[in-house]
Ligand binder design. Structure first.
Ligand SMILES: Nc1ncnc2c1ncn2[C@@H]1O[C@H](COP(=O)(O)OP(=O)(O)OP(=O)(O)O)[C@@H](O)[C@H]1O
Ligand SMILES: [Mg+2]
Length: 345
């Protein structure tokens, strides 16, 4: 078990691409941290630097009380699970999981003990004799996890490990990862571009954009108090609505209906879909353009009289029809305000 520290890490690739700039994160021992951000923002690069697969062009990396910046990957005591988990096709599940231990000349009895233990944790015991082609996608993913678990690393690194799975399996494996963490209590660093995975798995979330950290916070802090309009728009689904504050029929009317006053310098108001409420006397007059029925909720896309789009989450019983009119208010005190540079005000 160990803590992890990135201290002012920088990575500039040959050719001048800055993948990470001034990247500083401290992960206490046993924490589950999720790095999230759009494609190309530097997520994999940060994990590869921690694993020793890539050398930073600046800064230091520490694992536990050791500076590992110039240590080779095998001396770092980390195990990485990748998106394409590349199992050895001709080996059984047992042999796939045992492979790294045998390479290290671990005694036979110890290998068997660790593989059986990992298989039990992952509910894979009956499958140990099978080959990867005889497994479902989710089961293969569990073998990849098993390969990491048997090594008993100080730190687990996950690079989008669930993105090859279908939506249902992804949710199931998400639950299994959460259980795995609460059982092992090992430091885990998990990379994803999926904000739902980040919110549900992370003790804390690091939001990255263009190689720069935007915010580090616990999930609900991130959701309730995003530091800028990028984080506000990235976390949450459907995304937060943004309206210009110079639009009297939508932005300004909405803010007034919430009983708020925009702070000095605010140019945008942000309002989450669940914080827009239909009401017969609502201050915003809209037309309904799209209705999405999910069973447990309805998502309605409204067009305000002055032309802005407003996505609203409502009870499934709320009446809504395409082309129909609707009036809405913003929930009291729920407006987020942003300045010209996107900063939270
Ligand atoms: N070996 C390399 N040489 C040059 N540029 C690279 C190299 N590897 C990555 N990059 C660039 O560095 C940036 C960050 O890449 P990285 O793979 O860390 O992104 P990511 O956040 O993991 O994206 P994704 O979600 O698509 O996996 C990108 O602009 C990428 O093109
Ligand atoms: Mg990546």
């Amino acid at each position: 078990m160990a803590s992890v520290e990135f201290i002012g890490v920088e990575k500039v690739f040959p050719g001048g691409v800055t993948a990470l700039a001034d990247f500083s994160v401290t992960v206490p021992d046993g924490e589950f941290v999720v790095l999230v951000g759009p494609s190309g923002c530097g997520k994999s690069t940060s994990l590869r630097i921690l694993a020793g697969l890539e050398e930073p062009t600046g800064g230091r990396v520490r694992i536990g009380d050791r500076d590992v910046t110039s240590l080779s990957p095998q001396d770092r005591d980390v195990a990485m699970v990748f998106q394409n988990y590349a199992l050895y096709p001709h080996m059984t599940v047992f042999d796939n999981m045992a492979f790294a231990l045998r390479m290290r000349k671990t005694p036979r009895v110890e290998v068997a003990r660790r593989v059986e233990e990992a298989a039990a944790i992952l509910d894979m015991t009956p499958l140990l004799g099978r080959k990867p082609r005889e497994l479902s996608g989710g089961q293969r993913q569990r073998v990849a996890l098993g390969r990491a678990i048997v090594r008993k690393p100080a730190v687990f690194l996950f690079d989008e490990p669930l993105s090859n799975l279908d939506a249902r399996l992804r949710v199931q494996m998400r639950g299994e990862l959460a259980r795995l963490h609460s059982r092992l209590r090992v430091t885990m660093i998990y990379v994803t571009h999926d904000q739902a995975e980040a919110m549900t798995l992370g003790d804390r979330i690091v939001v990255l954009k263009d190689g720069r950290i935007q915010q580090i916070a616990a999930p609900m802090e991130l959701y309730d108090r995003p530091v800028n309009s990028f984080v506000a728009g990235f976390i949450g689904s459907p995304a937060m609505n943004f309206l210009p504050l110079d639009s009297p029929g939508s932005g300004l009317a909405g803010v007034a209906s919430a009983g708020q006053t925009p702070p000095e310098g605010a140019v945008l108001v942000g309002i989450r879909p669940e914080d827009v409420v239909p009401s017969p006397q609502g201050a915003l007059e809209c037309t309904c353009e799209v209705v999405e029925v999910f069973g447990n909720e309805k998502i309605i896309h409204l067009r305000t009289a002055d032309g802005n789009l407003l996505v609203v989450r409502v009870e499934p019983s709320t009446p809504a029809s395409i082309g129909g009119g609707a009036r809405v208010d913003f929930r009291r005190g729920r407006c987020h305000f942003f300045g010209r540079a996107g900063e939270r005000l």
